[in-house]
Design a protein around this ligand. Structure first.
Ligand SMILES: [Zn+2]
Length: 306
């Protein structure tokens, strides 16, 4: 927080353009000779080859920024330090920005984290992967009077918001997450994201039997033990316990619409949990510079109000 804005821009530029030690490189044509055409607080450059004007955040997740660059970098520090995630309310207070600004910012960082595992295939010959699911959301509040209450176990009395987060975690490797209406619906996804030759460990649920058409599957019966017959899903469980802590302790409720983003964030945190916060900061800012926003959050609040 003691960085001047000029120094904060230098930090951002060095991470965005490491090959030139922070000197601007044209995002359109890749030319590295640019004129400085800065007017005001945000650096602006003009490509000497194609004449395109750009700023250090052009084409990145932090484009069209409204806050100062120092606040963006501070937000990344706060975000990577929060092992169980951080709510937009707390981020807003820590940075002294509005809840809305903090909410959008947190989602941009989640998007950066998620991009690391986008489309990645894990496992392979000699590798072990653990697969498990966690149902969440769709809570129906019981009516006040007992005679008005319905059987909430029946599909007809549910609201369709109950989802399952599936985690596919390679031992000593990375975690792939995704969200489905049921564990059954996740089988094809798992087959697509785990390489042939992988040994897959799951719990006793009948759904996972269908993974046997592609993998060697070891199932552990949790009603007998957490780990037996040399099958174990503790790594997947540890991802879910972090996810639960984030849901209960930080966000209180995670909307089913954004569940996949929170799951990817928690996968990132779990996979990099032993790294120092300095390298996490560099990693997240690096991912921010390599990704353009896939979702346009501008106008979200207006739509909600409407
Ligand atoms: Zn250019």
């Amino acid at each position: 927080m003691s960085l001047t804005d000029a120094d904060a821009w230098k930090v951002f530029q060095r991470i965005r353009w490491p090959e030139t030690d922070g000197a601007p490189v044209c995002p359109k044509c890749g030319h590295d000779r640019c004129y400085d055409v800065t007017r005001g607080a945000t650096p602006r450059f003009r490509c000497a080859a194609c004449r395109k004007d750009f700023s250090p955040t052009s084409g990145t997740l932090f484009a069209y920024h409204k806050l100062s660059i120092r606040d963006y970098l501070a937000a990344v520090v706060l975000f990577v330090n929060a092992v169980k995630g951080i709510s937009a309310l707390q981020m807003g207070r820590d940075l002294d920005v509005s809840y809305k600004a903090a909410w959008v910012l947190c989602h941009k960082m989640r998007e950066a984290m998620a991009s690391e595992m986008k489309g990645a295939v894990i496992g392979g010959e000699g590798k072990t992967v653990e697969v498990d699911g966690m149902y969440t959301g769709g809570h129906i509040r019981p009516e006040n009077r007992k005679e008005d209450r319905v059987d909430r176990r029946l599909a007809a009395n549910q609201n369709g918001k109950r989802k399952v987060v599936v985690a596919i975690r390679e031992r000593d490797g990375r975690t792939v997450t995704a969200v489905f209406p049921s564990e059954d619906a996740s089988v094809d996804f798992i087959k697509g994201r785990v390489a042939k030759g992988t040994v897959v460990h799951t719990d006793e649920a009948a759904t996972w039997e269908s993974l046997r058409t592609k993998f060697r599957v070891k199932q552990v019966n949790h009603s007998i033990a957490y780990s037996h017959d040399d099958a174990c899903t503790n790594m997947a469980e540890s991802f879910f316990s972090r996810m639960r802590r984030a849901e209960w302790g930080q966000h209180h409720k995670i909307s089913d619409v954004y569940l996949n983003r929170y799951a990817a964030e928690m996968g990132f945190r779990e996979d990099h949990r032993r790294q120092p916060n300095g390298s996490l900061f560099n990693r997240v800012v690096g991912l921010v510079t390599k990704n353009a926003p896939s979702v346009d959050f501008t106008g979200r609040w207006q739509r909600k109000a409407a």
